[in-house]
Design a protein around this ligand. Structure first.
Ligand code: PGA
Length: 253
């Protein structure tokens, strides 16, 4: 279960949140993997607090060069240097607001992987694309672009997140069936592109208006391995409810 704070929280707030969350997730270790994707400004504080805890600290973006004249950008080695172990790549807000393309997203994913960071690669369609019947064209193209760029990865080194853009921050979540349909197809495509072992090991999350009252149903879907959560992750209590929902599903098998 992954919290994406987006552009929220000052350092003090981030520390208070982690101080609330960490003691609770201690006994979910081995059952649910928990990650917190913090803004760069509080990532160091978050990463330090998670040092000896079963929580992965991550960044929300990176640049694909390691250093150089790229004003305002942050590289994979810089993220590792903060003690973080993961990074979100190609979130739809990055693609839509900041003009990231399938190509830049693929390069970022490859760079993250090479640098030993776990990339969470986001894919998903707009409402117009879904209504026009183009959902799979869009999503499969995004997945293919990334898989073409990364060299013989192992499944456990990459995470995909299917996040239909119309469901992000709208309260309009995908039905459990639609989430399963898209994620099942992504897994099928990954099997075709990278083999059965990869497709079996890769984790694919759903994201888009996950809340404590709908999480269990979505997590119960066969191919859904977890959630990437924005709004409902901003409060430590609510995020922990989602961790518990995922844990309940793990227990049910
Ligand atoms: P949301 O965001 O949970 O607020 O819809 C999800 C995301 O953008 O990752």
């Amino acid at each position: 279960m992954a919290a994406n704070w987006k552009m929220n929280k000052l350092v003090r707030e981030a520390k208070d949140y982690m101080a609330k969350l960490l003691p609770r997730v201690d006994d979910t270790e081995g059952e649910v993997d928990v990650a917190v994707f913090a803004p760069f400004t509080c990532l160091h504080a978050v990463a330090r607090m998670t040092d000896d805890k079963p929580v992965l600290a991550g960044a929300q973006n990176l640049y694909f060069e390691d250093s150089g004249a790229y004003t305002g950008e942050v590289s994979a080695p810089m993220i590792s240097d903060l003690g973080a172990g993961a990074v979100i790549v190609g979130h739809s807000e990055r693609r839509e607001i900041f003009g990231e393309t399938d190509e830049t997203v693929a390069r970022k994913a490859a760079r993250a992987l090479d640098a030993g960071l776990l990339p969470i690669v986001c894919v998903g369609e707009t409402k117009e694309e879904r209504d026009a019947g183009d959902m799979w064209d869009k999503v499969s193209g995004q997945v293919r672009a990334v898989m073409e760029e990364i060299d013989s990865p192992r499944g456990h080194q990459v995470v995909f997140a299917y996040e239909p853009i119309w469901a992000i921050g709208t309260g309009d979540t995908a039905s459990p069936e639609d989430a399963q349909d898209a994620i099942g197809r992504i897994r099928g495509l990954l099997k075709e592109l990278a083999g059965e072992e990869f497709a079996g090991a890769v984790r694919i999350l759903y994201g888009g208006s996950i809340k404590p009252n709908n999480a269990a149903q979505i997590m119960a879907q066969e191919d859904v391995d977890g959630g990437l959560v924005g709004g409902a992750s901003l409060d430590a209590d609510s995020f922990f409810e989602l961790v518990e929902a995922a844990r309940g599903e793990v227990a049910r098998g």
